[in-house]
Design a protein around this ligand. Structure first.
Ligand code: S3P
Length: 431
């Protein structure tokens, strides 16, 4: 699908973004193996979360829609799922594949996890290796580093594991395996990543201790809990940047989850000088997570040097931050972000190539990029590279560029944000 964008005279309005993708996956997976039933409200309807739901249903978990849109009743068979009759398809979703592999490592049956072409090219050795150390039998292509993964699960040993990358997916995978291990699982993290699994497992009765970068999980049977999924800050980030870079904008994004392990984008935009043009209203706590309405209006930004511990807590927002940096004054440097190379696309290569087509001046680096603030972009044809966040970041660029921007692969937005184009039309007054 192609989508054509022309900068509107004004960008204004209020939108609620879809439920947080990370919290949505976890609300299904953890409640699937917990004792008792739960109601999840505000679940993401993106393709990624649908993939997780389909995999769980194939193992005997009931996930039934309730009358209220986004609300589901989840009832699993308890800690022991049933052997799936066919391959489990994680689609485009790294979170589904990595979290489910941890869950399946502890299940006494054979399962095979596969996904689309993008997912089958993403590194799985980072979960396979530690799961093998725990005693799971796992095989995959390319020396057990690529999906499909065949998993013969069973009893697991406990491990103490030094994680080579700050990855919430790897951490959560090992925590899921650790729930049924023979003793405590101890993880040493190189930096903090999103902590939704820690929070949800704790709410479900697990003993999770964190001491700086060391996390210890004791094996437990989880108790189901109802989850109210907050709005996805990674989706909200597109409108935050759109509001800041458009010359005549005021956009409100309601009910955005602001868990500190996710909110790096707000800090980064403040470092770029957003000031009062980016503000929080109605700050509250919902379902144990901090939530607020975020208001973004036309601002003026300057370049920054971004690296270190903030990177894992805004990893998915770096493509759209690069869009903001094109409109900023001066250069922005993104370092310590080599993980971008192994996302749904190589986001260093794709962000640089597509923004360059729009007249941006960017240089790729091994672990990030340099973005020269040119203050403007001009419309052109761009590609999503099968990556939802690249499609949406380019749409944001198009909202402030001169001329027409045509996005090829616009349908990819539905991986995390199925109503993205409708919301864009509403905010531009085209709806
Ligand atoms: C996610 C963790 C991040 C992120 C992904 C979702 C999660 O990946 O990029 O979109 O839900 O745990 P890594 O933890 O591998 O960096």
């Amino acid at each position: 699908m192609e989508q054509s964008i022309h900068s509107p005279r004004r960008l204004a309005g209020s939108q609620a973004v879809p439920g947080d993708k990370s919290v949505s996956h976890r609300s299904l997976i953890l409640n699937a193996i917990a004792a008792g039933d739960a109601t999840v409200t505000g679940l993401s309807d993106g393709a990624d979360v649908r993939s997780t739901a389909a995999c769980l249903r194939a193992m005997g978990v009931r996930i039934e829609p309730l009358a209220e849109p986004g609300s589901f009743h989840v009832s699993g068979p308890g800690a022991n799922l049933s052997e799936p009759a066919d391959m489990l398809d994680a689609g485009n979703s790294g979170t589904s594949m990595r979290l489910l592999s941890g869950l399946l490592a502890g299940q006494d049956f054979l399962s095979v996890l596969t996904g689309d072409g993008s997912l089958r090219s993403r590194p799985m050795g980072r979960v396979v290796q530690p799961l093998q150390q725990m005693g799971a039998e796992i095989m995959g292509r390319n020396g057990n580093t690529l999906a499909p993964l065949a998993i013969r699960g069973g009893s697991l040993r406990s491990i103490e594991y030094e994680m080579p990358v700050a990855s919430a997916q790897v951490k959560s995978c090992l925590m899921l395996a650790g729930l049924s291990a023979a003793g405590p699982t101890v993880l040493q993290q190189p930096a903090l990543s999103r902590d939704h699994t820690e929070r949800m497992m704790t709410a479900m009765g697990a003993q999770v201790e964190t001491d700086g970068l060391t996390l210890t999980l004791h094996p437990t049977e989880l108790q189901a809990v109802d989850v109210a999924v907050p709005g996805d800050i990674s989706s909200a980030a597109f409108w935050m940047v759109a509001g800041l870079i458009h010359p005549n904008a005021r956009v409100t994004i309601t009910g955005v989850g602001l868990n500190p392990s996710r909110a790096g984008i707000i800090d980064a935009l403040q470092m770029m000088g957003a000031g009062d043009a980016l503000s929080l209203e109605n700050e509250r706590v919902e379902g144990g997570e901090p939530v607020a309405d975020v208001v973004a209006s036309s601002g003026s930004l300057h370049g920054i040097d971004l690296g270190g511990d903030i990177i894992p807590i805004m990893i998915d927002e770096l493509p759209v931050l690069a869009v903001a940096a094109c409109f900023a004054e001066g250069d922005t440097i993104i370092r310590d972000a080599a993980e971008l190379r192994v996302k749904e696309s190589d986001r260093i290569a794709t962000t640089v190539s597509e923004l360059t087509r729009l007249g941006g001046r960017l240089e790729p680096r091994d672990d990030g990029m340099v973005i020269h603030g040119v203050g403007k972009l001009s419309g052109a044809a761009v590609e999503s590279h099968d990556d939802h966040r690249i499609a949406m970041a380019m749409a944001v660029a198009g909202l402030a560029a001169s001329g027409d921007t045509v996005i090829h692969g616009a349908e990819d937005a539905s991986v995390s944000y199925p109503t993205f184009w409708e919301h864009l039309a509403a905010l531009t007054g085209a709806a």
